[in-house]
Design a protein around this ligand. Structure first.
Ligand code: THU
Length: 142
C-alpha cells in the first residue's frame, strides 16, 4: 500500500537529515533510514560504524531501535536515503530485523540520482523466519 506524497516527502527529508549524522569514517558511505509508524510518527536512524568494523550498526536497525525504545512497533513504510547515484536496499541483516516488526511494509530507496526502488519486505525477504515460527506473534503488541 502506497503512502501519501506528503508523508513520503517527510520521510525523505528525515532520512536525508539523519544521514548527515552518520558515523562512517571507514566506509565513507552515509545512510539515513526513516520509518513511518502507523500512528504517523517518524523514527529515523543513521549508520554508526566502529573501529572494530564488525560492530557497525546499519541505519535501518538504528531506526527500528529508536522506534521500539519509544514504544512503537507498528509501521507503514521505511525509506532509505544514500547520497549516491543509485538507490540502496537494506542489507540482509537489516531485512531480518525489519521483518520482525514489519513483514509487509513497503521499502522505498532513494538517492541523489533519479532512480528509486519501491519494494515490499515480502519481496526483499521471502519465506522469512520470524515471530510466526514461534506461533506467538501476540508478543509484538503486548
Ligand atoms: N549500511 C547501512 O547503514 N544500511 C544498509 O542497508 C547497507 C549498509 C552501512 C553499513 C556501513 O556503515 C556502510 O553502510 C557500508 O557498508
Amino acid at each position: 500500500m502506497s503512502i501519501p506524497e506528503s508523508q513520503r516527502d517527510a520521510l525523505r527529508q528525515a532520512a536525508i537529515d539523519i544521514s548527515q549524522k552518520a558515523w562512517c569514517p571507514y566506509s565513507g558511505f552515509a545512510v539515513g533510514a526513516a520509518l513511518l509508524a502507523v500512528d504517523g510518527r517518524i523514527f529515523s536512524g543513521c549508520n554508526v560504524e566502529n573501529a572494530s568494523y564488525g560492530l557497525t550498526v546499519c541505519a535501518e536497525r538504528n531506526a527500528i531501535g529508536q522506534a521500539v525504545a519509544a514504544g512503537c512497533r507498528e509501521f507503514q513504510a521505511l525509506l532509505i536515503f544514500t547520497a549516491t547515484q543509485q538507490p540502496t536496499t537494506p542489507c540482509g541483516a537489516c531485512r531480518q530485523v525489519i521483518t520482525e516488526f514489519a513483514p509487509d511494509i513497503d521499502v522505498i530507496s532513494v538517492c541523489d540520482g533519479p532512480n528509486e526502488i519501491q519494494v515490499s519486505m515480502r519481496e526483499l525477504l521471502p519465506r522469512s523466519f520470524g515471530p510466526h515460527n514461534f506461533d506467538q506473534t501476540s508478543r509484538l503488541t503486548e
